[in-house]
Design a protein around this ligand. Structure first.
Ligand code: AMP
Length: 280
């Protein structure tokens, strides 16, 4: 497994793979890897001949410096996991590499970035699309895999790739969960044991909402989720959006087409997200 830290090293590694006629798959991550990331890598491997994983804790997608600083990191452990998974190349740029001095170019999906979770975390999706556009320009993969857990992020990336004619096929991957249903996340380690136990409320509320389909209105789903989250005193509902699965447009009245339920729930200062797409 090749470890690249500069753009030129990374470009050379990808050029060598292409020389061998390989189809290149990419999985961008912020590290502190878990089974969710590894399932994306397995999916990327099934769609390509060689996979490159990037590890970069992207400062521009964090709102508060404290959150960025508290983001967990363990490069040695990540590298061991990637080696064991048969990853070909790891790209670990530093901030100066991704954001060269004097840089001023941003990429923003103007509608998708500023709705829903983008309203709770202003600038977050602009940071994501900017860094992913830069990563795609450096690596130029044939395919790239992103998790459906970050559902709005997946839609932002798909929109950006279509709009900028970036020649990469973006694939969404299902959410990998802990035994109690909590979506795996690098942030979960920051939860106290009481909050960790309470955090299964996110997926449980989505299960209850899903069970009410198909004879349900958007207003009733709202009530079901709000009531379920409110039943857990440690949890505070921060965002609840019931939207058309592809456009993320807000829905009203009886549920008809494919519907995405997106929730964000705070435990103290830790914000967890989950989502469910239901085709009635
Ligand atoms: P992150 O390191 O949190 O930026 O995540 C990197 C990629 O892994 C993103 O495409 C996420 O959507 C995806 N991901 C994170 N958690 C999970 C999970 N539990 N299941 C599947 N994919 C995930």
């Amino acid at each position: 497994m090749l470890i690249c830290r500069s753009v030129s090293e990374c470009r050379k590694a990808v050029a060598d793979m292409r020389h061998q006629g390989k189809r290149v798959g990419m999985v961008p991550t912020m590290g502190f890897l878990h089974h969710g990331h590894m399932s994306l890598i397995a999916l990327a491997q099934s769609h390509s001949d060689a996979v490159i994983v990037s590890i970069f804790v992207n400062p521009t997608q964090f709102g508060e410096a404290a959150d960025l600083e508290a983001y967990p990191r363990d490069e040695d452990r990540d590298l061991a996991m990637l080696r064991a998974a048969g990853v070909s190349v790891v790209f670990i740029p530093d901030t100066d590499t991704m954001y060269p001095s004097g840089d001023e170019t941003i990429v923003e999906t103007t509608r998708l970035a500023n709705m829903l979770h983008g309203q709770i975390r202003p600038g977050h999706f602009r940071g994501v699309s900017t860094v992913v556009a830069r990563l795609f320009n450096i690596v130029q993969p044939d395919i790239a895999v992103f998790g459906e857990k970050d559902y709005q992020q997946l839609q932002v990336i798909k929109r950006m790739v279509a709009d900028l004619h970036i020649p990469v096929h973006v694939i969404g991957a299902p959410t990998v969960r802990e035994h109690d249903g909590l979506a795996m996340s690098s942030r979960n380690v920051r939860l106290s044991s009481d909050d960790r136990a309470a955090a299964s409320i996110l997926s449980r509320s989505l299960n209850i909402a899903e069970a009410a389909f198909p004879d349900v209105t958007v207003g009733e789903i709202h009530q079901i989720i709000s009531k379920t989250i409110a039943s857990e005193p440690r949890a505070a509902l921060r965002g609840l959006d019931i939207v058309a699965a592809e456009t993320l447009e807000t829905l009203e009245g009886p549920v008809s087409g494919p519907t995405a339920i997106m929730i964000s729930v705070a435990f103290g200062d830790i914000l967890l997200i989950d989502q469910r797409v239901i085709a009635p």
